[in-house]
Design a binder for this molecule. Structure first.
Ligand code: SAM
Length: 482
């Protein structure tokens, strides 16, 4: 029997079933231990030090105790600290992105995904480079600057060369003042060599959802195809980092397995990356199963309520304070509103989850990966964010300035966000407002920018930001960044 070892490169040693079960037992035994809970909450709070604001984060065991606790007063406290952390490290900025589906050809048998090989009802489609270009123009015309590309796994139809060609095409399109400045990639687990190719193609984050950390369930849920290999899938992030990718994004598909098990597994994965590579995940996504072509979400009996979902998100915020949390349009406006306060730092907007969906007037459903709950346009999402006090940010500066991996973490810790990410958010928001926004969004946005500029502590930085904002409004100069 394998021993638990966060530093091991073997899936079953760093995601150790015995350690997860012991964690759940420990959490259950201590869920009313208010003394311990108060200690954990105190540890999670951001602290001011000489080097700036720091946060200790929590171990998977500590965070699991909080997740197990049902006391409403404790949950309220968890929410307050989650918001405190969010404001300390991310401010009120929310980064915006959109998914771009390249191909839904897939040879896997994932039972929750409509792209599974056995599905004969779904139309199969793969974008040509001309179609990629057209999609990118449509996305640029909405105002997007950051994409997450998505594809099924099919070495014949979607080989790595196809993905690389698409990335190249995406970066090469400049329509009017538009540009895609960061392409994140969500494709199946692959080899170190292929990760190196993705790195060389200039990708941002490599995203791969674990789906479930429970090996036995994983094998049942992935009965066929390359994805059925639990170890190969679970060890993918180590190969990605070996291939030179600094920023990796984890995620669990909530609803497949018991959420407390997944939560502990997810944090153990983050601890493993930190232990082996010296840097934790750049982002964590929290998708829940949705209805899709031949997929009925009620067939999965581990679905979680909105309240539990909020609690999970807040506990992730406390456990890994320097990791971005992503919430997609799988969730409704109401759920997204609540979660934004609890530590979410990135949202998608105006998303279409079908292959070629952005170039069509009406939302197409034939090749869709899942039903989109939040169907608002990007402009409506931007407007809504601002009305709720968040700054929509189209910033992609960090990775383009080489601030990836641990360098991004040091920026977070140094408290320089207000002198760097904050002005970058305001300048990219100005680009959006000037080039793409509807009148009512423009009005709200420019008022917000005026107010937010005052929060930049360094005089010199503030003056440069003000000048750049004027330049964006009055000329075609774009892409200023700190
Ligand atoms: N083929 C790659 C892979 O297997 O990792 C790319 C990922 S797929 C295009 C994106 C993600 O969508 C999956 O990792 C899965 O978590 C999620 N997904 C699949 N079916 C879903 C459903 N019915 N509802 C919500 N999310 C789903």
């Amino acid at each position: 029997m394998a021993e638990y070892n966060p530093k091991s490169l073997k899936a079953q040693e760093f995601i150790h079933d015995g350690e997860i079960l012991a964690t759940l037992e420990y959490a259950e035994a201590n869920k009313n231990n208010i003394e311990l809970i108060n200690e954990i909450l105190e540890k999670a709070r951001p602290k001011k030090t000489e080097e700036g604001c720091v946060c200790a984060g929590l171990t998977h065991r500590e965070a699991s105790v909080l997740l197990a606790c049902d006391d409403p007063a404790v949950i309220e406290r968890i929410y307050e600290i989650a918001e405190e952390i969010k404001l300390a490290f991310y401010g009120n900025r929310i980064v915006i992105f959109a998914p771009l589906y390249l191909s839904n050809y897939c040879i896997n048998g994932c039972v929750y995904c409509p792209y599974h090989r056995q599905n004969k009802t779904i139309a199969r489609k793969k974008l040509t480079q001309e179609e990629v270009k057209a999609e990118v123009i449509a996305l640029q015309d909405m105002g997007h600057k950051r994409l997450a590309i998505e594809a099924g796994e099919d070495p014949k139809n979607n080989p790595i060369e196809y993905i690389l060609e698409c990335i190249n095409t995406i970066y090469s399109v400049n329509h009017k003042n538009g540009a895609i400045r960061r392409v994140n990639v969500n494709i199946a687990a692959t080899t170190v060599e292929n990760y190196r190719k993705l790195k060389d193609a200039g990708i941002g984050t490599y995203i791969l959802f674990q789906e479930t950390y429970h090996k036995e369930s994983y094998e049942k849920l992935h009965p066929s195809g390359p994805k059925s290999d639990y170890a190969y899938h679970t060890e993918a992030m180590d190969r990605a980092m070996e291939g030179g990718i600094d920023d990796v994004g984890l995620g669990v598909l909530f609803g497949l397995e018991l959420y407390k098990y997944e939560f502990a597994g997810l944090l153990m994965h983050a601890e493993h990356l930190e232990a082996v590579h010296g840097v934790g995940p750049h982002t964590i996504s929290v998708p829940r199963i949705k209805k899709a072509d031949d997929i009925d979400p009620t067939a999965f009996d581990n679905s979680i309520s909105d309240d539990i979902f909020a609690k999970i998100t807040a506990c992730i915020r406390l456990a890994v304070p320097y990791t971005g949390i992503i919430i997609s349009t799988r969730e409704s406006e109401a759920v997204r509103s609540k979660l934004l306060r609890l530590g979410v730092s990135q949202v998608s907007g105006g998303s279409r989850t079908s292959v070629g969906g952005y170039t069509q007037e009406e939302r197409p459903h034939d090749t869709e990966q899942f039903d989109v709950s939040d169907q608002r346009t990007l402009d409506e999402v931007v407007h809504w964010l601002m009305k709720n006090g968040h700054i929509p940010s189209f910033c992609t500066a960090c990775y383009r300035e080489g601030r990836t991996g641990d360098r991004f973490m040091s920026l977070c810790k140094s408290g320089q966000i207000l002198n760097c990410c904050h002005p970058n958010a305001l300048m990219t928001l100005t680009e959006y407002l000037t080039d793409y926004a509807k009148e009512w969004t423009k009005e709200t946005g420019f008022q917000m920018i005026e107010k937010e500029l005052k929060k930049i502590p360094k005089d010199k930085v503030r003056k440069i930001a003000e000048q750049n904002i004027e330049d964006i409004k009055n000329s075609n100069r774009r892409d200023f960044r700190f």
